[in-house]
Design a protein around this ligand. Structure first.
Ligand SMILES: [Ca+2]
Ligand SMILES: [Ca+2]
Ligand SMILES: [Ca+2]
Ligand SMILES: [Ca+2]
Length: 340
């Protein structure tokens, strides 16, 4: 089976003649000859395809240059051999909404087809970035093909890098606003906006207690209250200044522990500041008349109790210093007072 026969010129009444040729003529092969029916060779029609789509960052030679191929209408095969010289010219259109200027394409925009390929090598788009770029390729025989709309990125090769790996911070509650926690520093190897770093901080639970300035100094923005939150998970982010979504970020996750300060007065666990109790006169000495302990929101609180004033001339009650219970000290039976 022959697989690579081709015809250089169109025409009619072509025939293919096949016969056996042997090195030493022998009469028995003389009649092994066959001629095909007449057929017509029509002119090949061509079209262009984009075999490599461009990938571009603004201001830099495209990291992937467009590669164009000439193919045959019908079976789509590469158009080997081309008998005429082909050229391909590229033009750009842009509807980029985030463009920061008028899009300009530079580089060699008209190249000759080598074999069946036109591979651009030095195209670059500058002064604009964002989605909505289209390249249109036209041959000198008016074949046209266009890329899908594509995105020109803002050139940004490197992520910011923090120079510290701190993971925990501590602060007592009630520290004054602007108290500094840490001075972060991050660097970025790009040039221009892509190499400049800004900082921001977020926290869980969400709070505005932390702030970070343009130099990376993390400090207190509002007073902490350990009784509200005793720790925070915070993210310190260094982002370069390339426009979103082309910016790159580095993150440090920190646990902030809030230390306790004795900033709460004890509170009776009662609903009012006046407590009335009824004690049967049969209550014996050592019975607790009340048990209304005190709570304190602060940590590790040691409480002591004392009576400030009393109307108990018979000394029938006493308060326990360590737990605040008011105990019956003598029998309340007025007819039979005995010592406890
Ligand atoms: Ca960068
Ligand atoms: Ca507090
Ligand atoms: Ca406290
Ligand atoms: Ca306290």
């Amino acid at each position: 089976m022959m697989t690579d026969i081709h015809f250089m010129k169109p025409g009619v009444d072509y025939k293919l003649c096949f016969k056996v040729v042997v090195s030493s003529a022998e009469a028995k092969f003389d009649d092994l000859e066959q001629t095909s029916a007449a057929f017509t060779i029509i002119e090949r029609l061509f079209y262009l395809t984009i075999d490599q789509q461009p990938i571009a960052s603004a201001g830099a030679v495209m990291s992937k240059q467009p590669h164009i191929a000439v193919r045959v209408v019908g079976d789509g095969r590469l158009a080997y051999p081309l008998t005429k010289q082909f050229y391909v010219t590229v033009n750009m259109t842009s509807t980029a909404t985030s463009a920061n200027g008028v899009a300009v394409m530079e580089g060699t925009k008209n190249i000759s087809v080598s074999g069946v390929h036109a591979n651009f090598t030095d195209l670059l788009i500058r002064d604009s970035y964002g989605p909505g770029f289209v390249l249109e390729f036209t041959s000198n025989f008016d074949h046209v093909v266009s890329t899908p709309s594509f995105d020109v990125a803002f050139k940004n090769d490197y992520y910011p890098v923090f120079n510290s790996s701190i993971t925990t911070l501590f602060s007592y509650e009630n520290e004054t606003v602007n108290t500094v926690f840490h001075d972060f520093d991050a660097s970025d190897s790009d040039t221009g906006l892509s190499g400049q770093v800004r900082y921001y901080v977020t926290s869980t639970p969400n709070t505005t207690c932390f702030k970070i300035d343009s130099n990376g100094v993390l400090s207190l923005n509002a007073t902490l209250d350990r009784e509200l939150h005793d720790s925070y998970d915070i993210r310190v982010v260094a982002s370069d200044k390339a426009p979103i979504p082309y910016n790159k970020e580095a993150v440090i996750n920190l646990k902030v522990t809030v230390g306790d300060v004795n900033d709460n007065a004890p509170l009776w666990n009662c609903t009012s500041d006046k407590l009335e109790v009824n004690i049967p006169e049969t209550a014996t000495a050592g019975t607790a008349a009340t048990n209304c302990p005190v709570g304190d929101l602060d940590l590790n609180t040691v409480l002591s109790y004392r009576v400030v004033s009393e109307d108990d001339s018979d000394d029938r009650f006493r308060m326990e210093v360590n737990n605040g219970k008011i105990m019956v000290q003598y029998s309340l039976d007025l007819d039979n007072v005995t010592s406890a």
